[in-house]
Design a protein around this ligand. Structure first.
Ligand SMILES: Nc1ncnc2c1ncn2[C@@H]1O[C@H](COP(=O)(O)OP(=O)(O)O)[C@@H](O)[C@H]1O
Ligand SMILES: [Mg+2]
Length: 246
């Protein structure tokens, strides 16, 4: 598998704490790469460094071979990196369709605005496809504020995909979900890899082992191990540092 996103020796310290300490990670094209590790291991901080929310103290980030290390969040988005920012990104008083329509707006090239709508309305087609894929059809005209927690989180992932990114970053997308919502969401994430490469943080180990192509274990800011789910599970250092605590 080709690496679509790569970090090299990436790091940041908060005061004396090396929250991310020289992490090199490769995310596979059209696969699911999952970062796991105990609370406080540095997973979210790693995502903040990759997505431009934090500037690294050391190391590099490459997206499709391009050095994007000093890019801010907006430039990274333009380069094809999308990150879900929890449901606070949604417009609660608008409908599901209206939310998606806004997110897909950037697909509409300004120069084509005067052409016949059926030929040019890529955004509308994208919205319809996302509603379908995320099984939001029955809720398309519902106000987002009236959706269940699981539906809102699903919509949030759909919103990230509306701009057709290369890489989608999801930080604990199933947090707070019921068991059945978690299973539905896992299945949907798995189905996304035809179009996008997924970089995931997930705490449900069973789910991680089931849907990931590549797993990286973080421990105290460092990359403790990476490999296939089976390789990671068999790693004795990982068992001692991580699975041993469960
Ligand atoms: N902005 C910040 N300022 C200071 N310390 C931080 C900041 N963000 C995270 N940390 C610390 O860095 C460590 C890693 O945090 P985090 O990346 O959130 O871990 P995880 O997502 O793996 O649970 C923790 O000890 C946390 O308290
Ligand atoms: Mg976290």
């Amino acid at each position: 598998m080709i690496d679509v996103l790569r970090t090299e020796n990436l790091g940041i310290a908060f005061g004396g704490l090396r929250a991310v300490d020289g992490v090199s990670l490769s995310a596979k094209a059209n696969g699911i790469t999952t970062v796991i590790g105990p609370n406080g291991a540095g997973k979210t901080t790693l995502f903040n460094l990759i997505s431009g929310a934090l500037m690294p103290g050391q190391g590099q980030v490459y997206l499709g071979g391009q050095d994007v290390t000093r890019f801010g969040p907006a430039d990274l988005q333009r380069a094809g990196l999308a990150r879900s920012f929890q449901i606070t990104n949604l417009f609660f008083e608008m409908t599901v369709r209206e939310n998606l329509r806004l997110a897909a707006q950037r697909l509409e090239p300004t120069r084509q605005m005067l052409r016949p709508p059926r030929k040019t309305d890529r955004a509308a087609q994208k919205v319809a496809a996302l509603i379908d894929r995320f099984e939001l059809g029955p809720k398309a005209h519902a106000q987002v504020g009236a959706l269940s927690h699981g539906e809102q989180r699903r919509l949030e992932i759909a919103m990230c995909l509306a701009s057709e990114p290369k890489v989608l970053m999801l930080d604990e997308p199933t947090q707070g979900m019921s068991h059945s919502d978690t299973e539905d969401t896992a299945r949907m994430i798995r189905g996304l890899t035809e179009d996008v490469s997924v970089l995931l943080i997930e705490h449900d180990i069973g789910l991680v082992m089931e849907i990931s192509d590549h797993v990286m274990v973080m421990h105290q800011g460092q990359n403790l191990a990476e490999g296939t789910p089976a390789e990671v599970r068999a790693n004795t250092a990982v068992q001692a540092a991580y699975f041993g605590q469960e």
